[in-house]
Design a protein around this ligand. Sequence first.
Ligand SMILES: Nc1ncnc2c1ncn2[C@@H]1O[C@H](COP(=O)(O)OP(=O)(O)OP(=O)(O)O)[C@@H](O)[C@H]1O
Ligand SMILES: [Mg+2]
Length: 257
Amino acid sequence: MSSGTKDAEPLVVMRNISKRFGGVHALSQVNLEAYAGEVLAIVGDNGAGKSTLIKILTGVYQPTEGEIFVGGEQLVMNSHSDAIDQGIDAVYQTLALADHLDPAANMFLGNELTRSFLGITTLDNKKMRTETERVLFERLGVRLRSLDVPTASLSGGQRQAVAIARAVYHEGLRVLVMDEPTAALGPQETARTLKLIKTLKEQGLVVILISHSLDDVFEVADRVHVQRRGKCAGVVKVADSSQQDVLGLIVGAEEAA
Ligand SMILES: Nc1ncnc2c1ncn2[C@@H]1O[C@H](COP(=O)(O)OP(=O)(O)OP(=O)(O)O)[C@@H](O)[C@H]1O
Ligand SMILES: [Mg+2]
């Protein structure tokens, strides 16, 4: 934690993270740092350890070795809900949204707002709806034509927005991880999602974006962490490098030279 640089300290520090699944070394001694108000992309070939790394950050997996610090405090997380309590959440392309429920019900799934009248507690559907509308618009600049539809009828990008809204509704959210958020989206929806990512960054969150699309990465990320065969092959600033440079790190051109 004593980098001694003039820059602000990173909000997220993962130190010497290793993860073994039986005989598989999914991660070996990986370091990762991410700053508030930046988009850090994680790239790498299939099986390079990207998802495993962020599942450790989001409490889904426990590292075999290594330490995680957020805001200078060491975290030991035993579950994803521990991570949410620490302000770390994730949005996946294969979204855990209930298709038959409307967007507000999805946003508050498992966390429903209630009201009490004469000692009787009921769901506060009206408040959930207005809150959903408010968060979508104020935080993400998104307005859905109707909130009265099953989530299944929304476009991929709109579903993404509902899932992000659910994460950012948590006031203490500091870190949002997105694993392949544009993988199944068309060009227009991809552009919208990239815009959402920029909005979240401007709000001071750490956004960690896993992507196979270097176009997306070079459009929104500030820095790129390259994973290769379970190790970090390098970290580059987008402003100082080309897609070719990053590709070289992904495939190990340096190593082969
Ligand atoms: N639950 C698990 N059990 C056993 N092995 C696993 C498990 N999860 C991941 N692995 C292995 O760990 C390695 C890294 O996998 P990981 O899913 O992190 O890769 P990735 O970089 O996200 O790949 P992709 O781009 O395909 O999503 C792979 O060899 C994978 O097979
Ligand atoms: Mg993955």
